[in-house]
Design a protein around this ligand. Structure first.
Ligand code: ADP
Length: 397
């Protein structure tokens, strides 16, 4: 069966068609600038790239264009839409109600709608993707896979903030965590890679533009660094991560800023770009540091220090650590970032084989020495595959 994975943003739509017989990607692509001037699609298949530029007024037109590309007589990969067995949708916020993936029906849709206040930018876009697919492929089963679901195993001690309880009861203010499909995929792969055993305690570092850490004990999330929103946690490309909340009203007072302006500063102008005043992209900051830029070097040190501290915290939360796992753009590719983080973790018995570390780029690898007390591994993430597997399972029922 072929499964179409949809990741809809407010003006973009990423897709991937996966053949579940061998879990291979048949085609993937991206529609950008939906509803704005310059709408276009980039469709990739068997090493080829096919581009279309045409006005697209909404997500329904975007999905139609994706299906046209998938079935195009010159650039397509299937002969008709009927070859798509099911559609899996990435949905950012499942709130407290979704601890797993769900076949989409009207009640699932209304629960995603209920969670809009928790993810005002993402859930409406995800819903547009769902509605658009329903309009174009009314008879195809669809599944929602939530970014928050894998983290729903956290206990109150990890997910409640010390705020008046009423805000949790009425407004559901709590830690949810994100990147759940990535943390789930990577923890499963790590278990396979290292050989299943009881008492496994993983700290997973998903380090990309957005970054989050999770503590996973025997397959269940004990804690994770992102919170009510993806702003909390470690330093990211443009997000500040955890700060003293009083900074927010201090800035508002001193600079006469509105809530929207502060929100923009914390989400878009902070993190690597804020500290380095150069770039939100780790490659640029690293290159600058290597060329002697002190501020860039300080930025890298602040970034790594925060991650190292959290690894310590999660080791405490699980009363130990058996494996430290790196994934996503930076975690998979940047050996200097891994070295920087692990320097200072020797007290945990962590020993890195620098040669293996240096060689590991974008593929699975154990980078610790054989006598390291903690295995250190690189595991490329694959959120689409988690979505595809859940979609296949639920759609086949
Ligand atoms: P997103 O959160 O957008 O999915 P990614 O997981 O793609 O992000 O990660 C993007 C980050 O990964 C960027 O900071 C980029 O610089 C970094 N990155 C990608 N490839 C490399 C590389 N070869 N070396 C260092 N950093 C890399």
């Amino acid at each position: 069966m072929n499964i179409l994975i949809i990741n809809a943003g407010s003006s973009s739509l990423k897709y991937q068609l996966i053949n579940m017989n061998d879990e291979s990607t048949v085609a993937k692509g991206n529609v950008e600038r939906i509803g704005i001037e310059g709408s276009n699609l980039v469709h990739k298949y068997s090493g080829q790239v096919y581009k279309v530029e045409q006005p697209l007024k909404d997500h329904t037109e975007a999905i139609r264009l994706v299906l046209d590309a998938l079935t195009d007589k010159d650039h397509g990969v299937i002969s008709s839409m009927d070859e798509i067995g099911a559609v899996g949708h990435r949905v950012v916020h499942g709130g407290e109600k979704f601890a797993g993936s769900h076949l989409i029906n009207e009640s699932v849709i209304s629960m995603i709608e209920e969670n809009i206040p928790l993810a005002p930018l993402h859930n409406p876009a995800n819903l547009m993707g769902i509605r658009a697919c329903q309009a174009v492929m009314p008879n195809t089963p669809m599944v929602a896979v939530f970014d928050t679901a894998f983290h729903m195993t956290m206990e109150k001690e990890a997910f409640l903030y010390a705020l008046p309880m009423d805000y949790y009861r009425r407004l559901k203010v709590r830690r949810y965590g994100f990147h759940g499909s990535s943390h789930r995929f990577v923890s499963q792969r790590t278990r396979e890679l290292l050989g299943e055993k009881d008492g496994e305690k993983l700290v997973i570092c998903h380090l990309g533009n957005g970054s989050s850490l999770s503590a996973v004990k025997d397959g269940k999330v004990v804690d994770t660094s992102m919170g009510l929103t993806p702003l909390e946690g470690v330093v990211m490309g443009t997000r500040c991560g955890t700060i003293d909340p009083a900074i927010i009203y201090y800035l508002m007072k001193q600079e006469n800023l509105t809530i929207e302006q502060v929100d923009n500063i914390l989400n878009k102008k902070s993190g690597l770009i804020g500290l380095s005043e150069l770039s939100s992209d780790m490659r640029d900051v690293r290159t600058a540091a290597e060329n002697g830029n002190e501020q860039a070097l300080t930025t890298l040190n602040i970034w790594a220090y925060g991650i190292r501290k959290l690894i310590g915290a999660y080791t405490a939360a699980m009363n130990g650590i058996t494996a430290l796992v790196f994934t996503a753009g930076i975690g998979e590719n940047d050996f200097t970032a891994r070295t920087r983080i692990c320097k200072g973790l020797e007290y945990l018995g962590i020993k890195i084989d620098e040669e293996k570390n240096r060689a590991a780029a974008g593929e699975e690898a154990v980078i610790s020495t054989p006598d390291s007390a903690v295995k250190v591994v690189v595991v490329p993430t694959n959120e689409e595959l988690i979505i595809a597997r859940d979609t296949l399972e639920l759609a086949s029922k």
